[in-house]
Ligand binder design. Structure first.
Ligand code: ATP
Length: 278
C-alpha cells in the first residue's frame, strides 16, 4: 500500500494490494460475507471493508481512515493477536464496568464502523449506556452514527443532546450529554484522541482505553489500557463480563486491584518492538 492509497487511491489497485492478488477474494466485496473466513488476512480484510463502508455511508471521516492505518501497523507487529496482558486488561475492564454506578461506552466514527453490533452486545452485558462522541462533530455524522447503532440493536443512543461540557477543551470537542458521559463514573473510550482522554481523566472518571498504540497519550492516561484491536477487544470484554455476571463485588474488586497497567503497557510495547515482519 502506498501512503495515500487507503485514503483516496484507486479502488481496484487498493483491493488487489490488500488481497495480495488472491483470486478468491472479490476485488470490491459488496458484503463482508464475501470475504473468506479462512483467508490468512481475514481480520485485516474485514476491518478495511468495514471502515471503507463507514466512509461511504457517512459515519467515518477520512481522518478515521488514517487512524485505522496507524492502528493496523501496530497490530501487524503484534501478530494480530490478543496478548495475555491485553486479555487481563479486558477482564479488568469488565470488572470495572460491572462495579460501576453509571458506565458509558463512547462511540466515534471508527468504532461505529468497525464494531456496531459488538458495542451493543457489550452495553447489554455490562449495563452501560452508549454515547456518540466525535472529535470532528457534525449534526449529520452524529445522526448517521446514532441510526447505524440503532440498526444494530441499540435501544437508546446518547450524545445528541450535548447539554454538558468537558472542562478544558474547546467548544465542539467538549460536548457530552449531562446524563451520559457527564454523569458517568466509568467510561470506555476506544480510539480516543489524547487530549480528550486526559480531560476526561481530569474529571475523575475511570477510563478504559482501547488503543493499539501503547505509547499514545490515551493509553498512557487510562486506568485500564487495552492494547488490542477493537475488533477483538470489544467482544473479549463482553465475554469476560458474561463470565463475571454472577461474581461478587469483592471478587470484581480483586480483579480490578490485581490488574497492573504499567506491566500491561510494558508488555505491549515490548511485543511491538520485538515484532517480526515475517
Ligand atoms: P494520542 O492519544 O497520542 O493523542 P492520536 O490522537 O494521535 O493519539 P489518532 O491519530 O487519533 O491518535 O489515532 C487513534 C489511535 O487509535 C491510534 O493510536 C491508533 O493506533 C489507534 N487505532 C486505530 N485503529 C485501531 C483499531 N482498529 N483498534 C485499536 N486501536 C486502533
Amino acid at each position: 500500500m502506498t501512503d495515500d492509497a487507503g485514503v483516496d487511491g484507486d479502488a481496484e489497485t487498493d483491493a488487489d494490494d490488500e488481497r495480495g492478488g488472491d483470486p478468491e477474494v472479490p476485488a470490491d466485496p459488496e458484503h463482508e460475507s464475501e470475504i473468506p473466513e479462512d483467508h490468512p488476512r481475514y481480520e485485516s480484510l474485514l476491518t478495511r471493508h468495514r471502515i471503507e463502508r463507514g466512509v461511504d455511508i457517512g459515519i467515518t471521516s477520512k481522518q478515521g481512515l488514517i487512524a485505522e492505518g496507524r492502528g493496523e501497523a501496530f497490530d501487524y507487529l503484534l501478530g494480530e493477536e490478543t496478548l495475555p496482558s491485553a486479555d487481563a486488561a479486558a477482564r479488568a475492564a469488565a470488572a470495572h464496568l460491572l462495579l460501576a454506578e453509571h458506565p458509558v461506552l463512547s462511540v466515534n466514527g471508527n468504532v461505529a464502523a468497525l464494531v456496531p453490533g459488538e458495542i451493543v452486545d457489550l452495553a447489554e452485558a455490562s449495563g452501560a449506556d452508549i454515547e456518540v462522541n466525535l472529535f470532528n462533530r457534525t449534526d449529520e455524522r452524529m445522526a448517521a452514527i446514532a441510526d447505524h447503532l440503532r440498526e444494530h440493536g441499540a435501544s437508546e443512543v446518547k450524545g445528541l443532546a450535548a447539554d454538558g461540557r468537558i472542562p478544558g477543551l474547546s467548544h465542539e470537542r467538549a460536548k457530552v450529554d449531562v446524563d451520559g458521559i457527564g454523569d458517568a463514573d466509568v467510561v470506555v473510550v476506544p480510539l480516543e484522541d489524547g487530549d480528550r482522554a486526559e480531560a476526561l481523566g481530569a474529571m475523575g472518571k475511570t477510563e478504559i482505553v482501547i488503543d493499539l498504540n501503547p505509547m499514545s497519550r490515551s493509553a498512557q492516561v487510562a486506568a485500564v489500557p487495552i492494547v488490542d484491536n477493537i475488533i477483538r477487544a470489544v467482544p473479549n470484554i463482553t465475554r469476560h463480563a458474561a463470565e463475571l455476571a454472577d461474581a461478587s463485588d469483592e471478587e470484581l474488586r480483586e480483579i480490578v486491584e490485581n490488574f497492573d497497567r504499567e506491566a500491561a503497557l510494558d508488555e505491549a510495547e515490548r511485543a511491538i518492538r520485538e515484532g517480526d515482519l515475517d
